[in-house]
Design a protein around this ligand. Structure first.
Ligand SMILES: [Zn+2]
Length: 120
């Protein structure tokens, strides 16, 4: 498979492969060598991941997604249980941070796959 074979893979397919932290082209190679550190190339098909510079995009998307879905949860919990402020912060801040850090590699994988798929 060469880099010109991007047209054979649909955008949802590439996004899913990236979300699974796999190479968007072959779907088998690992995208990251550590937490969110990308491999230089795919160990299976040789796709160069150096061109897929995600920068801060995945972090912004992850923060937006988490805030969008977790904020209503906290409002509902506040309305139902009326916890004291320190208890609400004690629970909500670490929980939000854990969800953010847990979701980030998946979003970064999908973001890098989108970069690869939409690259001219
Ligand atoms: Zn590959």
């Amino acid at each position: 498979m060469s880099s010109s074979d991007a047209h054979l893979i649909t955008l949802p397919q590439a996004l899913f492969r990236g979300f699974c932290r796999r190479c968007p082209r072959c779907g088998n190679g690992q995208l990251f060598r550590r937490y969110i550190t990308p491999q230089r190339t795919c160990s299976i098909c040789g796709l160069d991941f150096q061109d897929l510079r995600a920068d801060d995009g995945p972090a912004y998307i992850t923060m937006g997604l988490v805030c969008l879905f977790i904020t209503p949860f906290f409002f509902i919990a506040q309305a139902l249980y009326e916890p004291p402020l320190f208890l609400a912060l004690l629970i909500s801040l670490p929980l939000t941070l854990l969800i953010l850090l847990g979701l980030l590699p998946f979003v970064k994988g999908a973001f890098m796959a989108a970069l690869w798929k939409t690259k001219p």
